[in-house]
Design a protein around this ligand. Structure first.
Ligand code: ACO
Length: 362
């Protein structure tokens, strides 16, 4: 038996304000039919709070599910590419919300692959013997980066958070193997062009501060890399595709998910999909999907669960987990978000003011 990490708690926090495809029809030249057939997305959430608050609620829920308290946490890893601030890190703010004063805490930016990167970092910190209770949370307030004058990106993304608790185990359950990668030579095909120290300081076109993407190129690379990376992680775990009970892919586009599953030869009944409800929440999609898969009874004790993701960087990451004995939470948290004081369209007004008014709002 070798020391590894087991997922003992899970939780999500989805902000209540909904932006449906029909709402988007009132903003840009698009249609429910186009968005549904090209992406699988029907609606997404728009957050009235920062990514740190979404993360804190998801963490409270994951801790309750594991029967742990914030004081038990000795490491907090916050995967995000739309966090509250660079200094202090979003992890610093999450620690404050949680009052997890015993936790070392840091941000981790691998875009949509961030949660799986975090799972691998957290697992190895546990394997080192130095940490015993690790929180890994993927959290995003992506709508902040969305230019609603660009119909090719504004329909894709949403906000939300999902978290897991990792604890040491000597098996047979736990994180068995992972595969992480990056191709920085093509980082520019999915970017926020003016951001960080590399951007100009003078007056800039606000539109360069939003997500810009070569959609078809990202699509093609996502299918290839998620397939290759899942197969590699399974091989490292000494398992084969026939052993997979549930594949939980990053939720970016239903056609990417279907093509990846086809490429791997995994039947669609073994693929978890919730993209219709939330769109692409980047680092949050996998822990949110994991939480919902458990809530829906899609994971049984001993199941082999594979996570696979692809995103900005360009990054990719896969992880193979043998699930433990417990598929239900030990407890529930009563921590909630504050109620929103504005409706969805009001929450989008700052985007319209900054990036420019979308054609149907002009
Ligand atoms: N509504 C209506 N029409 C649209 C829209 C829209 N929202 N967006 C684009 N179109 C039009 C285009 O203008 C084009 O029209 P034209 O033929 O007259 O020029 C037509 O639809 C087809 O456009 P394509 O770009 O070829 O559409 P495609 O089928 O490739 O779908 C999409 C676009 C959905 C963006 C797809 O390429 C995709 O999902 N790519 C991957 C995106 C992704 O996963 N990104 C996130 C990565 S994760 C991260 O790290 C943040």
């Amino acid at each position: 038996m070798t020391l590894t990490a087991e997922i003992t708690g899970w939780g999500k926090c989805m902000p209540p304000n909904v932006l449906s495809n029909h709402d988007l029809e009132q903003i840009v030249d698009t249609s429910d039919e186009w968005i549904t057939t090209r992406t699988g997305i029907k609606e997404r959430r728009i957050s009235h709070v920062e990514a740190s608050e979404l993360a804190a609620v998801a963490c409270h829920r994951a801790l309750a599910a594991a029967g742990k308290t914030p004081e038990d946490v000795d490491l907090l890893l916050v995967a995000t590419c739309s966090g509250d601030s660079i200094i202090p890190s979003t992890a610093s703010v999450v620690q404050k919300h949680l009052q997890a004063w015993n936790a070392a805490a840091m941000d981790l930016n691998a875009a949509c692959s961030g949660f799986v990167y975090g799972l691998e970092v957290g697992t190895n910190m546990i394997k080192s013997g130095a940490y015993k209770t690790v929180l890994v949370v993927g959290t995003e307030k992506l709508h902040h980066l969305i230019d609603f004058t660009d119909r090719t990106t504004c329909v894709l993304f949403g906000d939300g958070a999902g978290a897991v608790v990792l604890e040491p185990t000597e098996g047979p359950a736990g994180v068995l193997a992972s595969d992480l990668g990056m191709d920085g030579s093509v980082g520019h095909i999915l970017e926020v062009p003016v951001d960080g120290t590399a951007g100009d300081r003078g007056p800039i076109d606000p539109r360069l501060s939003g997500i810009s993407m070569e959609g078809q190129e990202v699509f093609r690379r996502a299918v290839t890399k998620m397939g290759e990376s899942s197969a590699l992680a399974l091989e490292k775990a000494g398992l084969s595709l026939e052993d997979v009970d549930l594949l939980i892919p990053h939720q970016a586009n239903i056609r990417i998910i279907d093509a990846t599953a086809r490429r791997l030869g995994v039947d669609e009944s073994k693929v978890y999909v919730n993209i219709h409800s939330y769109g692409n929440t980047s680092a949050a999609t996998i822990p949110v999907a994991l939480t919902e898969a458990l809530e829906e009874g899609r994971i049984q004790p001993g199941d082999i669960v594979v996570f696979t993701a692809f995103g900005g960087g360009l990054t990719w990451a896969s992880s193979v987990v043998r699930w433990g004995d417990r598929v239900t939470p030990l407890g529930e948290s009563d921590v909630e978000l504050p109620p929103p004081d504005r409706d969805t369209m009001e929450l989008l007004q700052p985007n319209f003011d900054f990036f420019g008014r979308p054609e149907k709002q002009a």
